[in-house]
Design a protein around this ligand. Structure first.
Ligand SMILES: [Zn+2]
Ligand SMILES: [Zn+2]
Length: 417
């Protein structure tokens, strides 16, 4: 039996892959304009990077990591997300000494053992941005605006930024206590996970997707009423800067995000075309994580975007412009004329291939039709002798002889038709 891709993984093939690469190109260009540098961390790390970086009592760490022991008995994990790795790298390379503010972005695959469903894979792709070294609210707004701009540049509409604050070390304990008190009155109707979370991490109950839990938390106290002066001030300024940057947002007091490391700002960008699971990206401020992973006390802000979902939202829309491939048929054993023709085309930036394996005009044309090619160029012995080429439109099978020197001019006209 033929071997298939591992469950929950897939091959990304043409033409879909063209949207992926075009998106990546757009993202790289845009992020550089905002002062971000690309970082590529390894696909795997010592497991500790994630257990300490993401938090022990999270679904990711408890249930979803691909962890294995290497030949020397060390515990290794395929990265389930990239923030912890980037922080590890930031600390390891003492980037805090390189610049007061360090802006990094990444694009690449992540791995989680989750139940596969539409738009969710065990190898999935994320783009992310992280800013280290500034606690200024402008950084929050600016980094959010950057990704909103990227999505707009891709032609996405119906985008919404949901935003909230999860407080800080000063004020969150008070809220946590109030929330626990509230939840203990509803313990019986909470799901099993939430009964446990109530004690370990009550804020995560707000994130639970189980209908019973969702109903309970609609009446839960709002963290907005518990924010300290510092957190309130920070949030107010983030809102002002978002206004300045012309980003529409809505305050969602129930938004907490699933990870332990967030402080103050958390946000999600929602695409209204996605239905129930509609967040394309999310992130927030994580002022304590660098220190918790062994670095200096460096504040940070970041987000991660799910590329698989983004591509789903994009659907049939094309980010790239379709460029025709020219198939050059040698007709005969001497490929030189065909090779020279293809070289002329490639040097001018066109896509062109020699059909070396076509042993007759008929089989060559069949091959081109199968590939969906628009143009064939016949470059055989007789054409070479007359210094001409035959340009054939595969759509209507009309072909004409052109002087070899006019090739580029002629195909330019053809493409423009
Ligand atoms: Zn606070
Ligand atoms: Zn629950």
């Amino acid at each position: 039996m033929a071997i298939k891709a591992v469950k929950g993984t897939r091959d990304i093939l043409a033409p879909e892959i063209r949207n992926w690469t075009k998106y990546e190109e757009m993202a790289r260009k845009l992020f550089r304009r905002y002062g971000f540098e690309e970082i590529r961390t390894p696909i795997f790390e010592y497991s500790e990077v994630f257990s300490r970086g993401i938090g022990e009592d999270t679904d990711i760490v408890n249930k979803e990591m691909y962890t294995f022991t290497d030949r020397k008995g060390r515990s290794i994990t395929l990265r389930p997300e990239n923030t912890a790795s980037v922080v590890r790298s930031y600390i390891e390379h003492r980037m805090d000494l390189q610049a007061r503010v360090k802006r990094l972005f990444y694009i690449g695959p992540m791995f989680r053992y989750e139940r596969p469903q539409k738009g969710r894979y065990r190898q999935f792709y994320q783009t992310g941005a992280e800013v280290f070294g500034s606690s200024h609210p402008f950084v929050d707004a600016d980094t959010i605006e950057m990704v909103v701009r990227l999505l707009r540049d891709m032609g996405l509409t119906g985008l919404r930024v949901d935003i909230n604050s999860v407080g800080c070390r000063e004020c969150r304990p008070n809220y946590r206590k109030a929330l626990q008190d509230f939840l203990s009155g509803h313990r019986e109707v909470l799901c099993e996970d939430c009964k446990r979370r109530m004690d370990s991490n009550p804020l995560r109950v707000l994130d639970c997707k189980v209908p019973g839990c969702k109903t309970v938390v609609t009446d839960a106290p709002s963290i907005q009423d518990y924010l300290c002066e510092g957190c309130q001030g920070h949030q107010g300024q983030v809102f002002q800067f978002l206004d300045t940057l012309d980003v529409a947002y809505s305050l969602e007091p129930g938004l907490v995000r699933g990870l332990d490391y967030y402080t103050r700002t958390v946000f999600e960008v929602i695409s209204e075309g996605l239905g129930a699971q509609n967040a394309i990206l999310g992130g927030g401020r994580y002022d304590n994580l660098v220190k918790e992973l062994g670095g200096r006390d460096v504040p940070a802000f970041g987000w991660a975007l799910g590329m698989d979902r983004l591509m789903m939202v994009l659907g049939n829309r094309k980010l790239y412009t379709e460029e025709p491939t020219f198939y050059v048929l040698p007709i005969g054993n001497d490929l030189k004329y065909a090779v020279a023709t293809v070289a002329t085309l490639k040097n001018a930036g066109y896509h062109a291939v020699v059909l070396a394996e076509a042993n007759s005009l008929k089989s060559g044309l069949k091959q081109i039709n199968k590939a969906g090619g628009r143009f064939a160029i016949l470059a055989g012995e007789s054409e070479k002798e007359k210094s001409v080429l035959i340009l054939r439109d595969m759509g209507n099978s009309v072909q004409r002889e052109i002087p070899v020197g006019d090739l580029l001019k002629e195909i330019e006209n053809e493409i423009a038709k």
